[in-house]
Design a protein around this ligand. Structure first.
Ligand SMILES: Cc1cc2nc3c(=O)[nH]c(=O)nc-3n(C[C@H](O)[C@H](O)[C@H](O)COP(=O)(O)OP(=O)(O)OC[C@H]3O[C@@H](n4cnc5c(N)ncnc54)[C@H](O)[C@@H]3O)c2cc1C
Length: 496
């Protein structure tokens, strides 16, 4: 690999790993810089036909050195390890739907994506096989069917609720899960760790090299060449600062670290951070407001496969960009409990994560806080986010419709727990380096490239213009694959 001909990818979470893989497949030499040390992707998961029989994983911790200037209880979990938060994720992989993009368009120019579902659909189909999805092949308006490896159907007692859900304007389906029916032994806390599944098998093939313990601090802009020509990082093992030359950079540190690196990349041309001529970098921070619902039932109901009650169809939505969906829990301990209670795969107490949305707002942001420091000496973050008042009614409406459906089974649901979690608890932060046709409303073009710095691409959920109530990993991987393919094509043709 010649030093200045390679593409540097920062971060090996799901979108960073996907970008590295698609660049390598397109013939690019890739250098992956990962802040975590190789041994920090720890854990072990043993599954038989998608059911976890043994699991060991590290603890998920909140980031240190965070100053909260919005909601004082806002949370920020982080995993600086190969695979990032995919060391902990639940593997739910719903697609965004055409209506999700239409909803954003209805909200006006500021919230309009520069891509739509039809442009993403072929890329979903290319990414989904990497995820070995177990789910349904049936599409609904709210949830297009993925490229399924293992077909799943709801159990008979849930099937009875499907038409009632449709009557309410929602769909009831099995939740699509990555590695949801595989028999696997994975050296990670989850069956799909993006580093373990996507990068590790490539390391021996010569197109991807990885440097671990390499925490990137900034990108170097060359004013004369009008492009970024190097990446600076701190080697965690030696404490030394190092620099690598590059032809292009893909940054995928997650929705908080990516804007931090770009904000720290100051120069005479970009005094407020790389490409940040319009002051939008770090702004439009949003996440999924999350309610936790636990329900007692008179009769046991099947908990496997886990059900998913989608958002309302668009024609029934009261406000643009406000929606919520119920994602039923089904853990190994739930299944064990069902066996101990003598009702295998069915329980009298079931739980749901009710994921909602918030309209992205310029006043919610993340910024570099030079006053506070992390334990390793790097700069802290200012986190400014408030959930808007419209978010909770959408969560409550989804909760109430779930209860209404369960009432229809004659199982007399009674709410044992209903709790709306603090901001950030869903681990779905997004939007801080968003895509938008206009640089006034977003940092990136429709291929995830900085409007003002064409050889820098962003690949994580910071690129989301809005954040439909769907879990983000599949869509961030899909956008990353599409953008990486375009970047490789332009590098190969010499257009870049
Ligand atoms: C408990 C839990 C359950 C979840 N369940 C789901 C789910 O079911 N479905 C779903 O879609 N999502 C789920 N998520 C969210 C999902 O895990 C994240 O959306 C996803 O991992 C984000 O990927 P990312 O690459 O943007 O960020 P991360 O996963 O945080 O990865 C960022 C990577 O970049 C590296 N990095 C960061 N900064 C730097 C730097 N400066 N230099 C070098 N490297 C750097 C990190 O070490 C890390 O490897 C869940 C999360 C949690 C915690």
């Amino acid at each position: 690999m010649t030093d200045d001909n390679r593409v540097v990818v920062v971060g090996s979470g799901p979108p960073g790993a996907t970008a590295a893989l698609f660049l390598a497949r397109a013939g690019m030499q890739v250098l992956l810089l990962e802040a975590g040390l190789e041994q920090e992707a720890r854990g072990l998961t043993f599954r038989v036909q998608g059911i976890t029989l043994a699991k060991r994983k590290g603890q998920l911790r909140q980031r240190e050195g965070v100053t909260r200037t919005g909601a004082p209880d806002a949370q920020l979990f982080e995993e600086m390890a190969p695979g990032g938060l995919s060391n902990h994720w639940s593997c739910a992989v719903p697609r965004f739907s055409p209506e999700d993009f239409e909803d954003a368009r209805r909200a006006g120019e500021e919230q309009t994506w520069p891509v739509d579902y039809e442009q993403l659909a072929p890329w979903y189909s290319r990414v989904e096989p990497l995820l070995h999805i177990a789910g349904t092949r049936q599409s609904t308006t709210q949830l297009p069917a993925p490229n399924v490896r293992y077909e799943r159907r709801l159990a008979a007692d849930w099937q009875a609720l499907v038409s009632r859900a449709t009557h309410l304007g929602r769909s009831l389906l099995p939740m699509p899960y990555a590695y949801g029916a595989d028999t696997t032994l994975t050296p990670s806390g989850t069956p799909f760790n993006s580093f373990v599944r996507l990068i590790k098998p490539e390391l021996g093939r010569g197109m991807i090299q990885a440097r671990f313990g390499a925490r990137v601090s900034r990108l170097e802009w060359s004013s004369s060449r009008r492009r970024v020509e190097a990446v600076t990082f701190r080697d965690r093992r030696t404490g030394s600062e190092q620099r690598v030359a590059c032809r292009a950079v893909v940054i995928a540190g997650g929705a908080l670290n990516t804007p931090q690196v770009l904000l720290q990349s100051k120069s005479a041309d970009f005094p407020h951070g790389l490409g940040n001529l319009d002051g939008v970098l770090g702004r439009y921070l949003h996440d999924h407001p999350l309610g936790k619902l636990v329900v007692d039932l008179k009769r046991p109901i099947s908990v496997h496969p886990a059900s998913y009650l989608t958002r309302l169809e668009l024609s029934r939505a009261k406000l643009p960009l406000y929606a919520a969906a119920c994602m039923q829990w089904c853990s190994a301990s739930d299944l064990a409990r069902s066996v101990l209670q003598g009702t295998p795969k069915a329980l009298r107490t079931i739980g749901f994560s009710v994921f909602g949305t918030m309209a992205p707002n310029r006043d919610d942001y993340v910024a570099v806080d030079d006053e506070s420091r992390r334990p390793d000496g790097s700069a802290g973050l200012e986190l400014h986010i408030n959930h808007p008042p419209e978010a909770v009614p959408a969560l409550e409406e989804a909760r109430d419709q779930m209860l209404e459906l369960l009432r229809g089974t004659g199982s007399e649901p009674s709410v044992k727990v209903w709790k709306v979690e603090p901001a950030g608890n869903s681990n779905h932060y997004a939007g801080t380096c968003r895509m938008h046709a206009s640089p006034r409303f977003g940092m990136l073009n429709s291929y995830g490239r900085l409007h003002h710095v064409p050889n820098v691409m962003v690949a994580d959920s910071s690129v989301f213009t809005t954040n439909p109530e769907k879990n983000p990993v599949l869509t961030s991987m899909t956008l990353a694959a599409r953008a990486a393919d375009r970047l490789a094509a332009e590098l190969t043709s010499g257009d870049l």
